[in-house]
Write a protein that binds this ligand. Structure first.
Ligand SMILES: Cc1cc2nc3c(=O)[nH]c(=O)nc-3n(C[C@H](O)[C@H](O)[C@H](O)COP(=O)(O)OP(=O)(O)OC[C@H]3O[C@@H](n4cnc5c(N)ncnc54)[C@H](O)[C@@H]3O)c2cc1C
Length: 479
């Protein structure tokens, strides 16, 4: 291991890195503060040096120096990860490698429907570049103005369009990366078929910076839809939502682009905490769906006919269809402001779990029962990407108790609530991390709930590729 920050090996390694990168290629002291923040404010990162490589050769040289001195490094994208994968909590003698200067779209091919982007390209910029060529990159999430494509791939990010287009993994056909020994792996050709042994691309996607630094990727693009139809509907239960999704897919094929479940409590919280949001229906209901359809000309008429049928049969009890882009955005605000409303209400737990969609109703009921057993009166807002079985549970203290008071009075309940949700997830054959990853937040959960054979192979792969454990040590596994 490295010695202190002042003397010895760490100082020598830092000297070599600064010489390699030149004056504009690194930051230290108070300039690194912005790389140490957690978006949810639960953790504070530590690091004595941030490296800012400008190309893949520099990334390779950085990794070779780290490998020589056995100096830990953390790959860093936009810093929007919510499981502390990008933050060193307990050690400052390491290098954060930020890809922010590697932010170019290298090429767009309309013929191949692909785009090659450097890892530091901000997701929203990459989407705008595709749009300029009349194509879309269908990965969408509220953090897209800050997160970077390298981070999206390293976490295998999901978001609102997974139902139709898949997650980051499904949208990536090629990867360039620097491996823990500094070697450059490059398979960026836009190939849809490539059966030549183990697929390192898929190993690196979702590896959270523990197996290498992604430096560029080839991404698949889709045509711009000719029509988009957005609606907000009242329904009675999560199982009604799953039933409706099946019917809509029968009616309209794969034009269902997004389907978001929201609870009445969730909508109340958005309306309570975000003054200019409007409840769009006449009467309240226990549950709501925000649905967006994308497709070719004539889609709106087909959607209206299908929705009318499901209204008449009683599956939907009320509905509003957006008549303008402003109305569409107002409906989406109800969903996109949900995390902020949860934060302002004082959530003591925010989960990211998935279950088979046929078990969503049971899952929500199990979570409710488990919480009731901890303390009657705890409130829960269950919502999320119902077509992916990805339900987030945000839990609040009983009405009238603030988060600060609750944390002080009942500190043990915070972990009990988290575990109650994990247990319900496990009982429903689900995943304790649907889209955010493991990072440093869920390493114990992974040890407890992962398939033992899978965990054992993961550790062997890590050891084989990174024998000195320099790539993001402490993420995915305990050190
Ligand atoms: C408001 C908000 C909304 C969000 N919504 C969603 C959502 O809908 N769906 C979703 O999936 N996530 C969501 N997230 C989580 C987050 O935005 C994603 O996990 C995102 O993919 C992280 O990208 P980043 O560039 O910010 O990565 P960072 O936070 O910088 O890093 C995340 C992890 O990836 C590693 N990493 C970063 N860059 C590289 C690289 N080039 N090579 C190798 N490893 C790397 C880091 O070491 C770390 O382990 C949301 C977050 C916020 C704050």
């Amino acid at each position: 291991m490295v010695e202190s920050a002042e003397t010895g090996t760490f100082a020598k390694a830092v000297g070599d890195l600064k010489k390699l990168l030149g004056d504009s290629g690194w930051k230290e002291g108070s300039d690194v503060a912005m790389y140490l923040d957690d978006p949810r404010g639960r953790f504070k990162g530590r690091s004595n040096l941030v490296a800012l490589p400008k190309n893949v050769s520099e990334v390779s040289e950085i990794v070779k120096i780290c490998s020589e001195y056995k100096l830990p490094l953390i790959p860093y994208g936009g810093g929007t990860g919510v499981v502390a994968g990008q933050l060193s909590i307990d050690n400052s003698d390491l290098v954060v490698v930020s890809l922010e200067r590697m932010n170019k779209v290298r090429e767009i091919s309309a013929e191949n429907s692909t785009l090659v982007a450097e890892a530091g390209c901000i997701l929203a910029n990459l989407k705008a570049a595709a749009q300029e060529k009349g194509l879309i990159f269908p990965l969408g999430m509220a953090s897209e103005g800050s997160c970077r494509i390298g981070g999206n791939l390293a976490t295998n990010a999901g978001g609102i369009q997974v139902l139709r287009h898949g997650n980051a993994r499904d949208l990536c056909v090629g990867i360039e990366a620097v491996l823990p020994d500094g070697s450059i792996f490059s398979e960026l050709a836009p190939l849809r078929k490539n059966n030549t042994g183990y697929d390192l691309r898929h190993l690196l996607i979702g590896s959270e910076g523990t197996l290498g630094i992604i430096t560029a990727a080839t991404l698949t693009l889709k045509p711009v839809p000719q029509e988009t139809v957005t609606l907000f509907a009242a329904i009675q239960s999560p199982s009604t939502a799953v039933n409706l999704l099946g019917k809509l897919r029968n009616d309209l094929g794969d034009s269902v682009d997004a389907i978001e479940l929201m609870s009445d409590l969730g909508i109340q919280l958005v309306n309570r905490h975000l003054a200019d949001t409007v409840f769009p229906l006449g009467e309240t209901s226990p549950w709501y769906l925000l649905i967006e359809f994308c497709g070719s000309t004539g889609l709106r008429e087909e959607v209206e006919q299908a929705i009318m049928r499901h209204f008449e049969s009683g599956i939907i009890s009320d509905v509003v269809i957006a008549e303008s882009e402003a109305q569409r955005l107002a409906l989406w605000r109800l969903r996109e402001e949900t995390p902020e409303a949860n934060r302002r209400e004082g959530a003591i737990c925010s989960s990211d779990t998935s279950v088979p969609i046929g078990r969503i109703e049971e899952f929500i009921a199990r979570v409710g029962a488990n919480l009731e057993a901890i303390q009657p009166g705890l409130r829960v807002n269950s919502y999320g990407h119902i077509g992916d079985g990805n339900i987030h549970h945000n839990v609040f203290p009983p009405e009238g108790t603030s988060k600060a008071d609750y944390v002080e009075q009942s500190p043990d309940n915070i972990e009990a609530v988290r575990m109650a949700i994990n247990e319900a997830t496990n009982d429903c054959n689900g995943s304790i991390s649907a889209e955010h990853g493991i990072g440093r937040l869920k390493t114990n959960d992974l040890s407890r709930f992962a398939d033992p054979a899978k965990l054992s192979v993961m550790k062997k792969i890590k050891k084989a590729l990174d024998p000195d454990n320099i790539m993001n040590p402490g993420a995915l596994f305990d050190r």
